[in-house]
Design a binder for this molecule. Structure first.
Ligand code: UD1
Length: 416
């Protein structure tokens, strides 16, 4: 299996272009299930998770052509089943549940089960589908849902759930009558999906706020739309500039989606210049510790928690990083400690005392964002870091090692 080898100590300099957002592309591709005919989606990143959803949609009978710009046609749906093998490798496969029930009247989707960063149940997706009138049973590890036609309803999400909001927003577009989603998640990816659905003829208002209103329609039509830039990838490069004391321009991003991170990095002593669709980040000088608490958008994203922890590991002072979204998202900590970081976990918080230097080590990641954080730590460390289980990073970052080496990082992939 491939490994990524990093020799730390190089300051990153230059321009990097951000790819389309994985977490927007996945629901947008799933939304094609709601319509017959060819949709065109631009700025789809080239990632393993995208290959997985393509495979899943293909297994349902959906035709897909292209790379980067994808043409997707769900005129004929030949199966309503998302198998365990596909859902197991990517939880977001659950996103086909809502569209399938809404369009075809039935779906059978494997329960995702646990994963490295916590239990991550789908109870809220199921409860909301039931509220829309679907008959849902759990059988043999699968969710089976049926409804002749979904009926609009008022739904309150106990917890802000991103894919839950997306799943039910998609389902409600074809329901009879009006649906109100309360305590809806507000992530930019939800706004992007809502825009695509509106382009398909859906009647949606309020996406981006915590109340989304959907007036169901009889049918939708194909659309052409673009995926927003990946805010987590952009955030990772901002932190990469900081941790290496570099100077990096991040092109083709949406700085408005990164307010929480930018504020923290400025507090930590980084200089960040904001333009309309680019950022320039400089990390010269010493970095100060800041406290971080992850929250649903517009709060600090849990998907950047591991990466900012790498930065805090070498900042001056003491930082408390609190994870409130997922219960078990500190899997990177033990690996960072092996690189010389001083981190103690206390319940939902990690107490990070900055050290003057990390040192390279063989490390192994257990999830996507943890892998990114170990690469960042490796860029700052003295000596060589070898990251194994590279398949995690390939799920969500397009050619991260190429983008970092183009900025001057000493990083390469080796087959093995
Ligand atoms: C999405 C993102 C993921 C990100 C996460 C939080 C995608 C494809 N993935 O994941 O990268 O880390 O949002 O920003 O967009 N929960 C329940 N019951 C449910 C659903 C969720 O209890 O039915 C809980 C989860 O366990 C978690 C919290 O709600 O504690 C938020 O999870 P959620 O927003 O649903 O995460 P995902 O949509 O899976």
């Amino acid at each position: 299996m491939d490994k990524i080898v990093i020799v730390g100590g190089e300051r990153l300099r230059g321009d990097v272009r951000i790819s389309g957002a994985k977490n927007a592309a996945l629901p947008i591709l799933a939304s094609a299930l709601l319509v017959g005919g060819w949709n065109t989606f631009h700025n789809i990143p080239d990632l393993v998770d995208i290959k997985t959803i393509r495979k899943l949609l293909n297994s349902l009978g959906v035709e897909i052509e292209g790379q980067g710009t994808l043409r997707v046609n769900a005129s004929v749906i030949t199966s309503c089943e998302a198998s365990y093998d596909l859902v197991r490798t990517m939880r977001a496969s659950i996103l086909v549940l809502g569209p399938l029930v809404a369009r075809v009247g039935e779906a059978r989707v494997s329960l995702p089960g646990g994963c490295a960063i916590g239990a991550r149940p789908v109870n809220l997706h199921i409860k909301a589908l039931q509220a829309l009138g679907a008959e849902v049973t759990l059988k043999d590890g699968y969710v089976e849902a049926k409804a002749a036609r979904l009926k609009g309803a008022e739904i309150y999400f106990d917890i802000s759930t991103v894919t839950g909001t997306e799943n039910i927003m998609m389902a409600a577009t074809l329901a009879e009558g009006k649906t109100l989603l309360k305590n809806a998640a507000r992530e930019p990816e939800i706004v992007n999906l809502a825009e695509v659905l509106i382009g398909m003829g859906a009647r949606i208002s309020g996406a981006g706020s915590d109340v989304i209103t959907i007036e169901g329609v009889e049918r939708l039509h194909p659309a052409e739309a673009a995926v927003i830039p990946d805010r987590i990838e952009a955030g990772t490069f901002l932190i990469a500039a900081g941790i290496t004391g570099g100077d990096v321009r991040i092109l083709g991003c949406n700085p408005l989606h990164l307010d929480a991170l930018i504020a923290k990095l400025r507090d930590a002593g980084m200089r960040i210049d904001v333009a309309e669709d680019s950022l320039r980040a400089a990390g010269g000088g010493s970095l100060r510790s800041v406290d971080v608490k992850t929250l649903p958008y517009p709060g600090f994203p849990t998907d950047l928690q591991a990466q900012i922890m790498a930065l805090m590991a070498v900042a001056k002072g003491r930082s408390v990083i609190t994870e409130t979204v997922f219960e078990n998202r500190f899997m990177h900590v033990s690996e960072m400690i092996r690189m010389g970081a001083d981190i103690v976990i206390q319940g939902k918080s990690a107490l990070v005392r900055g050290v003057s230097k990390l040192h390279g080590a063989p490390v192994m990641a257990t999830d996507l964002r943890a892998s990114a954080s170990l690469i960042l730590a490796g860029l700052a460390a003295e000596g060589t870091t070898v990251l194994s289980r590279v398949y995690h990073i390939d799920r969500g970052y397009q050619q991260i090692e190429k983008k970092l080496s183009a900025l001057g990082g000493d990083i390469r992939r080796v087959a093995g």
